[in-house]
Design a binder for this molecule. Structure first.
Ligand code: KIV
Length: 272
């Protein structure tokens, strides 16, 4: 029986660990607001990620870099209010943890205290080890993020597949083990070869959740607006669209405009 079908009231890090151990795949999606989080939680999603992709999806920025800690806390607070079952993870945004473990701890504590979230996510491996350890020492669960790390986009220069070369793949595998040793409860792997994704998932005991990392990992994450087809132009190979809400919404709005212009809305029944 899956966690979704069972009586478990809330997903925890312990339950996620058990899911990996028994081979049940973990489902994870992004959420940035109350209404969407309510739908996703009621649908049975295991993990909701208040991703810094809110910078692109909600604020229209080209990268994830501009979003602030205050803005992430605002999104997380809205999501938490909607959630009854899912485990909620919040991205610590760019500039709020890199190179300064005291600041990392302060940022994590602000997120946990002000939003009521359940965990935080940080991008990077050995270079953020001190920050990860400091946050964990305060009792805050940490999710790692390796492979394509969008907060470092200007260092890499492109959004292409990462760790295709042996040396980078070896480093990524080592970083995953370092994050596990530190005490991270899970790791996201973004846009890496499927073979490497599977190798990482087999090499660590904590759940590995992939986005463009193939089917051999312990779970999958997508940006909800991509899955629902609200975003239109973003078409990476790893994305499967489960709906075409861009067109559904456009048609609905066009219908409304037509009715308003044609004086067909509101009718008598819709008036007081
Ligand atoms: O911010 C985000 O949405 C993410 C996912 C792509 C994993 O980090």
């Amino acid at each position: 029986m899956s966690v979704h079908q069972s009586n478990i009231k809330r997903v925890t890090t312990h339950i996620l660990q058990e899911m990996k151990a028994r081979g049940e795949k973990i489902s994870m999606l992004t959420a940035y607001d109350f209404s969407m989080a309510k739908i996703l939680d009621a649908a049975g999603i295991d993990i909701l990620l208040v991703g810094d992709s809110a910078s692109n999806v909600m604020a229209g920025n080209e990268t994830t870099l501009p979003i602030t800690l205050d803005q992430m806390i605002y999104h997380a607070t809205s999501v938490i209010k909607a959630v009854k079952r899912a485990f909620v993870v919040v991205d610590i945004p760019f500039g709020s943890y890199q190179g300064n473990s005291s600041e990392a701890l302060r940022s994590a504590i602000r997120i946990m205290k002000e939003s009521g979230a359940h965990a935080v996510k940080l991008e990077g491996g050995r270079e953020i080890k001190e920050s990860v350890l400091r946050i964990l020492s305060a009792g805050v669960p940490v999710m790692g993020h390796l492979g394509l790390t969008p907060q470092s986009i200007y260092k890499f220069g492109t959004y292409t597949v990462r760790a295709k070369e042996e040396e980078e793949a070896k480093r990524l595998l080592e970083d995953a083990k370092i994050l596990e040793e530190c005490g991270c409860f899970a790791i996201v792997l973004e846009k890496i070869p499927a073979k490497l994704g599977e190798q990482v998932a087999k090499s660590v005991n904590i759940p590995v959740i992939g986005i463009g990392a193939g089917g051999g990992v312990d779970g999958q994450v997508l940006v909800t607006h991509d899955l629902l087809g609200i975003t239109k132009d973003f078409q990476p190979r790893f994305l499967r669209r489960y709906a075409d809400l861009f067109n559904v919404m456009t048609e609905a709005v066009q219908g409304y405009i037509k009715d308003v212009k044609g004086k067909e809305f509101p009718n008598k029944k819709e008036s007081y």
